[in-house]
Design a protein around this ligand. Sequence first.
Ligand SMILES: NC(=O)c1ccc[n+]([C@@H]2O[C@H](COP(=O)([O-])OP(=O)(O)OC[C@H]3O[C@@H](n4cnc5c(N)ncnc54)[C@H](OP(=O)(O)O)[C@@H]3O)[C@@H](O)[C@H]2O)c1
Length: 350
Amino acid sequence: MFFRRNYEYNFRSDIWGGSMDSFKALLIEERDGTVSCAFKQVGEVELDAGEVTIRVAYSSVNYKDALAATGSGKIIRRFPCVGGIDMSGLVIGSTDPRFRVGDAVIATSFDLGVAHHGGYAEVARVPAAWVVPLPAGLSLYEAMALGTAGFTAALAVVRMEENCLTPAKGSVIVTGATGGVGSLAVNMLAKRGYHVVALTGKESEATYLRSLGAAEVLLRQSLDLSKIRPLDRARWAGAVDNLGGDVLAWIASTMEQGGVIASIGLAASMQLNTTVAPFILRGVSLLGIDSGYIGEPYRQSVWQRLASDLRPPHLAEMSRRIAFEALPETFVEYISGHAKGRVVVEIAGG
Ligand SMILES: NC(=O)c1ccc[n+]([C@@H]2O[C@H](COP(=O)([O-])OP(=O)(O)OC[C@H]3O[C@@H](n4cnc5c(N)ncnc54)[C@H](OP(=O)(O)O)[C@@H]3O)[C@@H](O)[C@H]2O)c1
């Protein structure tokens, strides 16, 4: 029987049409130091501890998912682990009074897909503290078109505006612009009236970026990063950085007085070699964005805003749906830097 006794009190059999004993999952394993992933049948007894059991409708693909599943980054903290840092779906069992059977919910980040079985499975069981009710106005599909990438882009906008960024202050640069976080950040900022400059390595995607609202598209290859001065011509009131490394160092040196940088990613490098000049001579603020473990007051309110004023108007155009089985080949696109927009993984659908 799939449910333990304490889950039975509110179980409604119409939510779940599949086998209760085992379900399909993309399991990441390590053998002799080599990481690989494969589709396996996982039993109910193998689920991790948690108060909320979810029939997963959709998951998504983030750079971190690709690093984890391919072993390209030391992401997984416990083997074996079902991949997938994001999921949306319907509650099929709950011992937490905040969630009832049939509720539509989202769970992203925390230990999902790295130290706790994640969203690449037909069923997941997670701690209630990681679960957010699906906000009114978002579908289960749209929640995953946003996923961790959308939550992170929105968190960056919220944190930058808390630090006094407004459209009147000047331009905002977004790096890794064609990626998941980048595309969503461009679209959200443009909707809010910012003059967005999209920095990309993909010349062929200039039209795409302009369609999302970028006022200017700057090619990464056009930058001379061989000699970055402590302070250079001030150009940006705000910056959303997904790359790290020399690009982030260059951004720091080209920020305007009182500018704010949201440091999100390391797609280019983990390193940051800069000086204190931008911070002490131009009052620049470097904001660390960690969507992984941020709780309240941000988690629920940011999701609410993603369904309302921060909702990206071009969400449908920048996302595509893939079958569960297509995950392994999709990871390769991410690792090779060819990712564009958002990928939603259809698990049970909704
Ligand atoms: N801090 C957090 O809480 C948090 C949350 C989510 C993601 N992240 C991090 O944010 C970054 C972006 O995540 P994502 O899911 O949007 O990834 P993604 O969809 O794979 O996009 C990354 C983009 O960065 C650019 N890029 C990739 N490899 C590069 C390289 N070697 N050198 C320079 N540019 C490169 C590409 O854009 P262009 O070709 O357009 O330049 C690519 O599309 C990742 O580092 C991820 O780990 C952090």
